[in-house]
Design a protein around this ligand. Structure first.
Ligand code: ADP
Ligand code: MG
Length: 331
């Protein structure tokens, strides 16, 4: 008996609903070296990050998968950029170990930073002081100084790109996602990314007048401000007002949050959030700043536990972010 076209269609439809969702076609040379596990470590604006295990050593790594759609028109830059990024080795930087390609995607194997994102970890922490904050900022600056020494500008420094190496209490803080912004984003995109975190962007970037090393130091300023107070220095109801606020360059140390914070900390924030990029402190200079140098010494004055009020501020930000993430996923 011949099956009618109608039955064929029904059968095809039925088969389709029974099919498993498509699993990505990993390049075979990648699969020879690494086994990709089911664990998803995170989702960013461009990438999905999965866990993978090196077959011979059994060591876990992160696998960053970037769809080629995201780099459309800039494929030619990928190799040269990644060649530079492959050279980078520093305890405060997530380094790259391998690069693979398929028709639709690029796969980058990097250090696994299993300790989670900076602010998420701080929310979990019961107790942390100004000195703890200084030690975190010092590590960000160490990584940045190294990148800048190699003429790599991050351009997208923000809390989501700062990950702890392990869940341990004294784990290194590591910078991820550097360098790629050059390929992934058009400069104009910074202005139009609806779900990014534009609050960390320097005013000269918004004015489209500068993409040099100082932009990273501005971002450190915003991160440091937030680490100490739980709220961001620049704020707006919507993106337009946020940009106006950043462009004005004005921020305040609200007494309710800052009265217990040392003058040295405020001075470093001011040096980082210096409006003119050529006058802004560099990473090397910031490492010599007294607030950072004292971070390794003994506590000299009684310090307040910042955890409760920082947690209060951050958790409202977190909830905004999760709403944004859900919305973008939805769209
Ligand atoms: P995007 O470039 O799309 O922003 P990211 O590299 O920032 O992508 O990764 C997105 C998320 O995945 C991060 O915010 C983090 O939670 C997680 N992630 C990224 N890299 C690693 C890593 N090396 N180890 C563990 N988790 C990671
Ligand atoms: Mg990111």
């Amino acid at each position: 008996m011949k099956t009618s076209p109608f039955v064929k269609r029904i059968l095809a439809l039925f088969k389709k609903t029974q099919e498993k969702p498509e699993t990505p076609q990993y390049p075979s040379d990648l699969l020879q070296q690494y086994k990709v596990t089911k664990r998803t470590l995170g989702v960013g604006s461009f990438a999905v990050v999965k866990e993978c295990i090196h077959r011979t050593s059994g060591q876990p790594f992160a696998l960053k998968i970037i769809l080629k759609k995201a780099i459309a028109g800039k494929e030619h830059m990928l190799d040269s950029e990644l060649d530079i990024l492959k050279q980078v080795r520093h305890p405060n930087i997530v380094s790259m170990h391998g690069l693979y390609e398929s028709k639709d995607a690029v796969y980058i194997v990097t250090d696994l930073a299993g300790g989670g994102e900076l602010f998420q970890q701080l929310l979990n922490k019961g107790n942390y002081t100004e000195k703890d904050a200084a030690q975190l900022v010092r590590q960000i600056l160490e990584g940045l100084a190294y990148l800048h020494e190699h003429d790599i500008v991050h351009r997208d420094l923000k809390p989501e790109n700062l990950l702890f190496h392990t869940p341990a209490d004294n784990a290194n803080l590591m910078i991820t996602d550097f360098g790629l912004s050059k390929i992934l984003k058009n400069h104009d995109d910074i202005l139009t990314t609806a779900c990014g975190t534009p609050g960390y962007v320097a005013p000269e970037v918004l004015k489209q007048k500068g993409y040099g090393k100082p932009v990273d130091l501005w971002s450190v300023g915003v991160i440091m401000f937030t680490l100490l107070s739980g709220y961001t220095p620049f704020w707006g109801e919507d993106q337009a007002t946020l940009f106006e606020c950043i462009l004005s360059g004005r921020y305040e140390f609200d007494d309710a949050y800052w009265s217990e914070i040392s003058p040295a900390a405020k001075n470093l924030v001011d040096r980082l959030l210096t409006y003119n990029p050529s006058q802004r402190i560099t990473a090397e200079e910031a490492l010599q700043h007294r607030w950072i140098r004292n971070a390794t010494g003994k506590e000299t004055r009684p310090t307040m536990n910042l955890a409760p009020h920082v947690r209060r501020g951050l958790s409202s930000q977190q909830s905004i972010r999760s709403v944004m993430t859900t919305l973008t996923a939805f769209n």
